[in-house]
Ligand binder design. Structure first.
Ligand SMILES: *Cc1c(COP(=O)(O)O)cnc(C)c1O
Length: 374
């Protein structure tokens, strides 16, 4: 029996070697840890990588989402109490950020095949208070941004991206396809720090300036506070780590794409389905490789028994979480019936994926899945 971990960070040391330690040591020697040159260098490098004008480093992905929305309110483009459309099958952070910004999340069904926001459901979800769409590139696959942006433009709405799982996914050489995109650098993301980190990436210099101020006590000039801000900054150690890792991101994503292509071609079991590689393979960076199976829990147990570690993304959709039930639900979320999102939560299983995986491990995972019987 082979043991295949769900995800391993072994590739980082393999590909970066001693340079990573040297980067960290240089920060230690500099005696400068917050708002220094490494954060600035990383912001410039990441903005250039994304083909956008500005990146603003913040404390984590949730803050990136929240501050991007709050900045839009500060600039008068939305108002507290306005509604923001989000997919119903996302990680809780997307919904929490909308709430934290004083906005109302409107949950919309995903498309079964892409698992991203179903564009056909947008019109019916809108009310007179709906002001923006926050698309999530779930599992690393770009949502249908051309269709989402066309719809939003016709309705006079803003568009934002939760790109926390999609570093490096692109369409027509551009990685930011909206007013602004929020990234997370949680350690296991496609581009991960060694602690928490996040960024807002945008072409809108004014929005970026306000995000930066909101993350620094609402202040641009020390001890002069223009907004009610928070403390959310990307520190120098994390910036140095991200700077060292960024040049490898494309190669790491290519490795994920190769494994995904193999999974899609070779997983052949009538009891489960995979989500196919999109027409433009660059539009999917496979943060997660999901399979869908009616007997998901049995499949997970079977794979565990054969040494294959799996996870579920996500077992309970936001609208069924206790946090949004009962008294707290009042004025909380707006949504209708969500059978598609609920079925995805019941049947999804994420199988091993990542740049550390060997061909032998991928072949073993495929063999085990193909040998699963009801
Ligand atoms: C990880 C993640 C976040 C939150 O990022 P943190 O850095 O953990 O705060 C938000 N949205 C999605 C889709 C994520 O996967």
């Amino acid at each position: 029996m082979m043991n295949v971990p769900f995800y391993s960070l072994d590739y980082v040391n393999r590909d970066l070697g001693p340079s990573l330690g040297e980067s960290i040591e240089a920060v230690v020697k500099s005696n400068w840890f917050i708002r220094g040159s490494r954060c600035q260098d990383f912001e410039e490098a990441f903005a250039a990588y994304c083909g956008a004008r500005v990146a603003v480093g913040v404390g984590n992905g949730l803050d990136a989402l929240t501050l991007m929305l709050k900045a839009s309110i500060v600039l008068g483009r939305m108002a507290e109490g306005d509604e923001v459309i989000v997919p119903a099958n996302t990680f809780i952070a997307t919904v929490l950020a909308v709430k934290a910004a004083g906005l109302v999340p409107v949950l919309v069904e995903p498309d079964t095949e892409s698992c991203d926001l179903d564009v056909k459901c947008l019109q019916a979800a809108c009310s007179s208070k709906t002001r923006a769409i926050l698309a999530v590139h779930l599992y690393g696959r770009l949502a249908d941004m051309p269709a989402i942006c066309d719809f939003a433009k016709a309705q006079g709405m803003l568009v934002f991206e939760d790109a926390a799982q999609a570093h490096g996914a692109f369409l027509d050489k551009r990685r930011v396809l909206s007013n602004a995109a929020a990234y997370s650098f949680y350690p296991t993301k496609n581009l991960g720090a060694m602690g928490d980190g996040g960024a807002v990436v945008t072409d809108d210099v004014e929005l970026a300036r306000v995000v930066r101020m909101l993350g620094n006590y609402g202040s641009e000039k020390k001890y002069v506070n223009q907004y009610v801000g928070v403390n959310s900054r990307l520190d120098e150690v994390q910036s140095a780590i991200l700077l060292a890792k960024l040049p490898h991101l494309d190669a790491w994503n290519r490795r994920r794409q190769d494994i995904a292509a193999r999974y899609c071609a070779e997983i052949k079991n009538p009891l489960l389905r995979v989500t196919p590689v999109p027409q433009n393979p660059q539009a999917h960076v496979w943060h997660v490789f999901p399979v869908f199976c009616d007997s998901r829990d049995e499949l997970q147990g079977f794979l565990k028994g054969h040494g294959v570690e799996t996870l579920i993304h996500y077992p309970i959709p936001p609208h069924q979480q206790e946090a949004f039930s009962g008294a707290l639900a009042r004025g909380g979320l707006r949504h209708g019936a969500l059978p598609v999102a609920e079925k995805l939560a019941r049947t999804e299983l994420s199988i091993p994926m990542g740049p550390s995986m060997t061909d032998d491990q991928a072949a073993y995972v495929i063999d085990m899945i193909n040998s699963y019987k009801a």
